[in-house]
Ligand binder design. Structure first.
Ligand SMILES: Nc1ncnc2c1ncn2[C@@H]1O[C@H](COP(=O)(O)OP(=O)(O)OP(=O)(O)O)[C@@H](O)[C@H]1O
Ligand SMILES: [Mg+2]
Length: 414
């Protein structure tokens, strides 16, 4: 049975065949009692992509995203060593990739697969080590940022100030006066020195000092090249923050670092290519997975991660950064994300507003209405539509079962 390859153009198909593609599921054909699984569906990972996974609560979005991570881990060495994965785990569910999925063993056997654990690296905020120890979550390392890495806008988004308000102006003054490396307390001390209204200073200082309790700052900060390594899959667990603003700040800072590192590396790769020099890639291409993406790149407001995400969406192809966004609410996602996506996976959706958000990008490839396609999907977990902007085609799909343990299952009261 021929395979279906998503996200690969004709030239690459001729050149590479199915090399550097990952199997994520099978095509569902027929309707009613005739329904069955046919060709394997594979997705290109040699080139950068913007992928969006949508679907209502519990429809299988996070599960599907982790199939991408598993399959990248399983790629042959010559492809894998050129790739890395950075998963932003907003719910604390991805660390379970370190454990085999014994629960769905029977289903896996039906697919010719076995439960398997994967070598992934869990990074937790430096100031939350004790909490993760208490929860007995195995982590491999901690991450942190230097306060000097944050711009005025970063601070304002994360602390809930507006840059044009007095609080924002005070922050801007202080940050512009800071020199070298400094701590949050150094910044607070500088605020006290400013010639401003005392109540305002007290308010800004207090809110700023609360940032020290996030546990994400240190003098050294995490070196990007420590986790952006060939073949490495890293999970940044941000699940213990109750504030989406802090999660957005972390996502924004990480993405800026990855983007800069890849822009620099790309220039060196091109120079080496011009001189026909054969060099191993030191800084791999990167797949960034962002769950609950509507909170970090929303349509209705800006966050500390909005700007860099939009930059990477528009300019990430050249440095080789792929993004995989997951959302329950495509309607709340910034419209540029869906507009620029070249692979869209839609699990079950019922709200009209969310279906309409997809219509704008999917409808051109369809014979029938998107509602009909979604209605025709068998009512099983892990069924979805997959849209390929390259071939302008849409397929019904059943996503394969996970080999590693899925941490996102809802608890049962019995
Ligand atoms: N392809 C699949 N094969 C078998 N079971 C699946 C598949 N996809 C999802 N499931 C089952 O569905 C459950 C819910 O999936 P998942 O956690 O991915 O939902 P979600 O869409 O991310 O939900 P939420 O929006 O609440 O985060 C999983 O715990 C798993 O048991
Ligand atoms: Mg989920």
């Amino acid at each position: 049975m021929p395979e279906i390859i998503i996200g690969r153009d004709w030239d690459d198909l001729k050149k590479y065949g199915n090399k550097g593609t990952i199997p994520i599921g099978k095509n569902i054909v027929g309707t009613g009692v005739e329904t069955h699984l046919a060709s394997e569906i594979r997705v290109d990972v040699l080139r950068p992509h913007v992928t969006v996974i949508v679907g209502k609560r519990g429809s299988g979005k996070s599960y599907t995203s982790q199939i991408f991570a598993e399959e990248i881990c399983k790629l042959p060495d010559d492809v894998r060593k050129n790739l890395s994965v950075v998963s932003i785990d907003t719910q604390g569910i991805f660390w379970s990739m370190k454990h085999p999925n014994n629960k769905q063993r029977d289903l896996l056997y039906e697919w010719g697969l076995k439960p398997q654990k994967f070598d992934v690296f869990e990074y937790v905020p430096v100031g939350q080590k004790d909490k993760f120890d208490e929860m007995e979550v195995e982590y491999d390392n901690t991450f942190s940022f230097k306060p000097s890495e944050l711009t005025v806008a970063d601070w304002c988004y994360a602390l809930g100030f507006k840059e044009i308000d007095l609080e924002g102006i005070l922050m801007s003054k202080v940050i512009n006066k800071m020199e070298g490396e400094y701590s949050v307390s150094d910044m607070a001390a500088k605020i006290r020195e400013e010639d401003y209204d005392n109540n305002l200073k007290l308010k800004v200082e207090n809110i700023l000092l609360s940032a020290d309790k996030w546990g994400i700052f240190s003098e050294e900060g995490t070196n990007i090249y420590e986790f952006l390594k060939p073949g490495k899959v890293v999970i940044f667990d941000v699940s213990l923050f109750s504030s989406d603003d802090v999660k957005a700040l972390i996502i924004g800072l990480l993405m800026k670092k990855i983007y800069e590192a890849r822009v620099i590396a790309r220039r060196q790769e091109e120079l080496a290519a011009m001189e026909e020099e054969k060099k191993e890639r030191e800084v791999p291409l990167c797949w960034i997975i962002i769950d609950e993406a509507h909170n970090f790149i929303p349509s209705y407001t800006q966050t500390a991660s909005s700007e860099i995400i939009l930059t990477v969406i528009k300019q990430g192809r050249q440095p080789g950064i792929s993004q995989l966004f997951i959302t329950q609410m495509p309607d709340k996602l910034h419209p540029d994300v869906l507009a620029q996506a070249d692979v869209v996976i839609a699990h079950r959706l019922t709200s009209n507003r969310d279906i309409n958000a997809l219509k704008a990008i999917m409808q051109t490839y369809m014979l029938y209405s998107i509602e009909k396609y979604l209605d025709d999907l068998p009512k099983l977990k892990g069924t979805a539509l997959i849209m390929d902007d390259n071939s302008e085609r849409l397929y019904k799909m059943r996503v394969r079962p996970r080999q590693s343990w899925h941490g996102g299952e809802s608890p049962v009261a019995l």
